[in-house]
Design a binder for this molecule. Structure first.
Ligand code: FES
Length: 174
């Protein structure tokens, strides 16, 4: 169940818009974070009821956008863009390296629940390929397996439950 704090965050977001419906996307973000990075059907229903929207409409929005995780993900959800710009700059090689390092295939979660690895469509950072998103943190200009190892190494020592959606990271921050 969404906590009073989460509902309060949603109410604050709603207050910025003329209609509650306009706040649906950020409200779903709040719910997804509150549920540990997984937008469950229960969470979708809670948001729908709180905003006074039909549950089917909210479910339609939640299932349309890939940024909402309908399945449980690991503590660190690593998404590597494999669209044109990133593909040209070696995204496939980096994904294969990650698969080897994590012992999983793209689309899977490690047995310890720490990492989920996914291929992503364009992350909107085409001018700085390869782009990798981990929760709300972006890493851009990732070109080498050594850089990938640095990112994974940082995440392995990160004990936080979930990467905050508000965080903005660059490779230089590692
Ligand atoms: S193609 Fe990778 S960010 Fe756009």
């Amino acid at each position: 169940m969404l906590s009073a704090d989460s509902l309060s965050q949603i109410d604050e977001i709603v207050s910025r818009y003329p209609q509650a419906k306009a706040a649906l996307l950020p409200a779903l973000w709040v719910a997804q974070e509150a549920y540990g990075g997984h937008l469950t059907r229960e969470a979708q229903a809670e948001v729908a009821d709180h905003l006074g929207l039909p549950r089917a409409e909210v479910e339609g929005v939640a299932t349309y956008y890939t940024m909402y995780n309908k399945e449980a993900v690991g503590r660190h959800h690593v998404e590597v863009c494999h669209n044109v710009s990133c593909m040209i700059f070696g995204a496939d090689d980096l994904i294969h390296h990650m698969e080897h390092e994590l012992g999983i295939s793209a689309g899977e979660t490690t047995a310890d629940g720490v990492f989920t690895l996914n291929r992503a469509e364009c992350l909107g950072a085409c001018c700085n390929p390869v782009a990798i998103q981990v929760g709300g943190t972006y890493y851009e200009d990732v070109r080498t397996t050594a850089q990938v190892d640095a990112i994974l190494g940082k995440l392995r020592t990160d004990a936080s439950d979930i990467t905050p959606q508000a965080a903005i990271g660059r490779l230089g921050d590692i």
